[in-house]
Design a protein. Structure first.
Length: 198
């Protein structure tokens, strides 16, 4: 059975949401991790090499980092298609956006929050204002990241946007507000939120 190494109200909540959408059996293993406020500690039970969440085991496989876990799950568990399969015309777009949250969105927003000056060519991400502009422009004509169909992108990347807006770290625009309302109005999202309260 799938085991998700998880800590409530952290990035691993996205994987709880994804597993609920996929409707595959799983169990969560609560682990501690080091937090930015200095609390928490590295948990020896967590297979993530840096003691972060999420990490996941499935049989003999161990996968860590949210984007890698999402790709693994949406490729392996295809009863509910939450990601384009290899060969699908939208596969490249899916992979690109899947890498966007950890590779571009989070570093950009956190750099702005901690007042780290962006340097073109030296940093692998873009300035926060440019990131917000790109996301608004991409989502303006679409219901979801890949168009009309909800996918794991709307959990991983969309869920990140939703959190950042609630935390007032991203400017709330009509486009992002409407998108956020759409993705958070799903039974699996509500299940994840309920489980995260425990």
């Amino acid at each position: 059975m799938i085991a998700l190494y998880h800590s409530p109200q952290s990035r691993s909540a996205s994987i709880v949401w994804l597993l609920e959408e996929l409707e595959v059996p799983y169990q969560t293993k609560a682990v501690d991790f080091r937090r930015s406020d200095g609390s928490g500690s590295r948990d020896a039970a967590n297979p993530h090499p840096h003691g972060k969440v999420p990490a996941l085991t499935d049989g003999g496989e161990t996968i860590f980092e949210g984007s890698a876990i999402a790709l693994y799950l949406t490729d392996k568990y295809r009863t509910k298609k939450l990601g384009p399969a290899v060969g699908d015309p939208k596969r490249g777009e899916y992979l690109s956006w899947l890498a966007y949250r950890p590779g571009v969105l989070e570093p950009a927003i956190l750099s702005r929050r901690f007042q780290i000056k962006h340097v073109y060519g030296a940093m692998g991400w873009a300035p926060a204002d440019e990131v917000e502009e790109v996301l608004n422009k991409h989502l303006a004509p679409r219901q979801y990241f890949l168009g009309d169909e909800f996918s794991a992108l709307d959990i991983l990347l969309g869920g990140g946007l939703h959190f950042l807006m609630m935390a007032k770290m991203i400017k709330e625009t009509p486009v992002l507000k409407a998108y956020s309302a759409r993705i958070s109005d799903r039974p699996a999202y509500r299940t994840m939120m309920e489980k995260d309260k425990r």
